[in-house]
Ligand binder design. Structure first.
Ligand code: NAD
Ligand code: TYD
Length: 368
């Protein structure tokens, strides 16, 4: 039985991970520590309100003494670290929050883990600090380049990816210098339920429903490797339970799409949903699909993102060979599950889109 501290567990991937973990390991104890920034949403975890061995703590990973107290008092032996500022566009507009959350925040957690598990000897052997990172630390690929492997040199290009790269190095250093039991996973783009609607896939789904333009940065030919979020949780599970201490593992979907192709696919799927469901036409009267028009008519090419990485792709051969990892959800299944989730959970996305986020989106998605 493990006793986990999950940082950022109210965010997109963190909350999916917590649901995955408690379903698979119902006797484990899970404490979520989350500052509930604009991207965190406590309602992602309300289904666990009555679960005895689950606790939500509203707090900041930079509060080192609070983290120490949680590790000590709740006898936690595993940290799964998701908490971060995660949106590249925001990192371009304002990098400071990324330095504070991603670099200083990770260091605060490492210090707390070292203090309680090693210096105080609370859990000297059987502890684990698992750090959740991104493929964006490797920089950008050209067409035809092999995917990022664990040996690819770091070359981060955005303030977001630079802050994540920096946190990866701190995690590595705490293993080599102090003997902290760490693992790191670098994953490709995730999609699925609870994805904050500033990221491409949920933004496009919701904008179609509202009849708003679908902003495509640059020429739409940039490529991402998409993975269903539950498969990321599965990969982290394998790394925590069977991965080698001190090792890093790349996790990916082997599922590369240009942005324009993925937006066109979502438009087509949405048009099919509306064509077979009159209730959707009543619920979303301003969507072009309600008038029998193509959702793709909303596509609008806008100014490119500064320093926009062209292509990400993961070489998954190491995690496949070492841990037997294979994604379980195909893209065809995952994208339909995700679309259905957004159609069934309008209350969730309407609520998260209230407030200052909306003002930010209006000023940042200007047509080219
Ligand atoms: P998210 O933005 O949806 O959630 C981040 C969560 O962290 C939020 O709940 C937020 O409230 C919390 N948080 C932020 N700063 C905090 C702080 N100082 N203290 C406590 N909590 C804080 O992010 P996500 O998309 O779920 O990403 C989770 C992790 O996975 C990140 O570390 C990200 O770099 C990594 N990752 C994301 C992707 C992706 O496609 N989204 C892919 C690979 C890796
Ligand atoms: P995003 O979901 O922000 O993830 P990341 O930048 O971490 O890969 O963006 C995915 C891709 O979609 C990226 O190439 C930028 C592009 N994009 C758009 O073209 N329009 C948008 O409105 C957004 C949010 C992203």
């Amino acid at each position: 039985m493990k006793r986990l501290l999950v940082t950022g567990g109210a965010g997109f991937i963190g909350s999916n991970f917590v649901h995955y973990w408690l379903e698979k390991y119902p006797n484990d104890h899970v404490v979520v520590l989350d500052a509930l920034t604009y991207a965190g949403n406590a309602s992602n975890l309300t289904a666990l309100d009555d679960v005895q061995n689950f606790e939500f703590v509203h707090g900041d990973i930079n509060d080192t003494s609070r983290v120490e107290a949680l590790l000590r008092e709740q006898e936690l032996d595993t940290i799964v670290h998701f908490a971060a500022e995660s949106h590249v566009d925001r990192s371009i507009e304002g990098p400071d929050a990324f330095i504070t959350a991603n670099i200083l925040g990770t260091h605060s957690l490492l210090k707390a883990a070292r203090q309680v598990w090693l210096s105080e000897g609370k859990c000297p052997l059987d502890h684990r600090f698992h750090h959740v990172s991104t493929d964006e630390v490797f920089g950008s690929l050209e067409t035809g380049d092999p995917g990022f492997s664990e040996q690819t040199a770091y070359a981060p290009n955005s303030p977001y990816s630079a802050s994540k790269a920096s946190s990866d190095f701190l995690v590595r250093a705490y293993h080599h210098t102090y003997g902290l039991n760490v693992t790191t996973s670098n994953c490709s783009n995730n999609y699925g339920p609870y994805h904050f609607p500033e990221k491409l896939i949920p933004l496009v789904m919701i904008n179609i429903l509202h009849g708003k333009n679908l902003p495509i940065y640059g020429n739409g030919m940039n490529i991402r490797d998409w993975l269903y979020v539950e498969d990321h949780a599965y990969g982290i599970d394998l790394v925590i339970n069977s991965g080698k201490v001190g090792e890093t593992y790349n996790i990916g979907g082997c599922n590369e799409w240009t942005n324009i192709d993925i937006v066109n696919l979502i438009c087509k799927l949405m048009d099919e949903k509306f064509a077979s469901n009159d209730l959707l036409k009543k619920r979303f009267p301003t969507s072009p699909a309600s008038a029998g028009k193509d959702s793709a008519s909303l596509i609008e090419y806008v100014k490119d993102r500064a320093g926009h990485d062209f292509r990400y792709a993961i070489d998954t051969s190491y995690i496949e060979a070492e841990l037997g990892y294979q994604p379980k959800v195909t893209f065809e299944q995952g994208i339909v599950k995700t679309l259905d989730w957004y159609l069934e959970n309008e209350d969730w996305w309407q609520a998260v889109m209230d407030g200052s986020y909306q003002a930010w989106i209006e000023t940042n998605y200007k047509a080219a």
